[in-house]
Design a protein around this ligand. Structure first.
Ligand SMILES: Nc1nc2c(ncn2[C@@H]2O[C@H](COP(=O)(O)OP(=O)(O)OP(=O)(O)O)[C@@H](O)[C@H]2O)c(=O)[nH]1
Ligand SMILES: [Mg+2]
Length: 313
């Protein structure tokens, strides 16, 4: 047990025992897991898009609520994998669940148990940790339907609690934080008070560019691309020079990423640079390069860069 001084909501509580714990957010792809982690942390630590399979590896967002440090593990959505990359993503999601003290299952209440949700509920039966059910996107459904959905999901798995929230409006999110802060055992905080993510800046910067690719490009392209930060140079004038490579699988894809007269890459670069400089609070000079690497989806080194295990078979 550690004594510490906590500042939360402007009030200082001295000598309150600290609490801490890990929560894994799992659920179908596109349920809003990353949106919710950002909401809990109060800053953008994980990228979000309207497309499925945005998050590729487990990353941690760290929040302090009352006297508790809550470490949220954002995981890739769980779906039926096809490619090697898909399999690595789904394995990483379940791996995140294994490391957690509590599992938070997030369901898009508009989609309900359609798609992958039912298979996830089945698989959750064998997961030993306490579980809570969170129905998201309640801004999109009739409230009567939520209770039917909650009942159906609880028939599969005995959830300790059910919450109904909107990660985008924030409705109901504080109740989850209160619950977690109260439930966690007393113990030391795992991270320094001001740390909000476990992702190194270089990697977060690569993720930001990947998000802009997801938001701007269509069809299979986002899924065939991967971004790495190649160089990071702090300059004397307080700005930073960042070089990144966007890997695609085919020459035709490179043309699409570049766009007519380089329009697409310019727009991606502008949006990415703007967000990076907001996060870093310094001017950013961003240089994007597009490279064709036919088989990056089968290259163990690329998987390592993404924080994923390369599937052996
Ligand atoms: N209307 C509404 N949309 C939401 C809500 N929460 C998330 N979204 C939207 O749902 C989409 C998916 O959000 P993400 O946070 O990327 O979902 P995810 O579960 O992390 O998805 P993957 O990483 O692909 O598994 C985005 O377009 C979000 O803006 C919500 O409460 N209401
Ligand atoms: Mg995500």
């Amino acid at each position: 047990m550690t004594d510490t001084e906590i500042h939360d909501g402007g009030e200082a509580t001295v000598n309150t025992p600290t609490r801490s714990g890990f929560v894994a957010l799992i659920g179908p792809t596109n349920a809003g897991k990353s949106t919710l982690v950002n909401r809990f942390v109060g800053a953008k630590v994980s990228i979000v898009s309207h497309k499925v399979q945005t998050t590729r590896a487990v990353m941690r967002g760290i929040a302090i609520h009352k006297n508790a440090q809550i470490v949220f593990m954002d995981t890739p959505g769980i779906f039926k994998p096809r490619r090697k990359l898909d399999r690595a993503m789904v394995t990483s999601a379940w791996g995140g669940a294994k490391d957690a003290d509590i599992i938070l299952l997030l369901i898009d209440s508009e989609r309900g148990l359609r798609g992958d949700a039912e298979a996830i509920l089945e698989a959750l039966k064998d997961v030993p940790q306490p579980k809570i059910l969170v129905l998201n996107k309640i801004d999109r459904v009739r409230h009567e339907d939520l209770f039917t959905l909650a009942e159906k999901a609880n028939e599969f798995v005995k959830f300790d609690r059910t919450f109904m929230i909107s990660a985008t409006t924030g409705s109901g999110c504080d109740d989850i934080m209160d619950y977690l802060a109260e439930t966690f055992p007393e113990g030391p905080w795992y991270y320094p008070e001001d740390q909000i993510s476990d992702l190194p800046m270089r990697q977060l910067a690569a993720e930001i560019t990947r998000e802009k690719l997801f938001l701007r490009l269509h069809q299979e392209l986002p899924y065939s691309s991967h971004v790495e930060t190649e160089s990071w140079e702090e300059r004397k004038d307080g700005s930073v020079r960042i070089e990144q490579v966007i890997y695609v699988e085919r020459d035709s894809q490179k043309k699409i990423v570049l766009g007519k007269n380089g329009d697409a890459i310019k727009a991606i670069s502008t949006a990415s640079r703007k967000e990076m400089s907001e996060i870093l609070e310094q001017p950013v000079h961003l240089f994007l390069f597009v490279k064709v690497r036919e088989n990056w989806g089968n290259d163990p080194e690329r998987f390592r860069e993404m924080g994923l295990e390369f599937p052996r078979d």
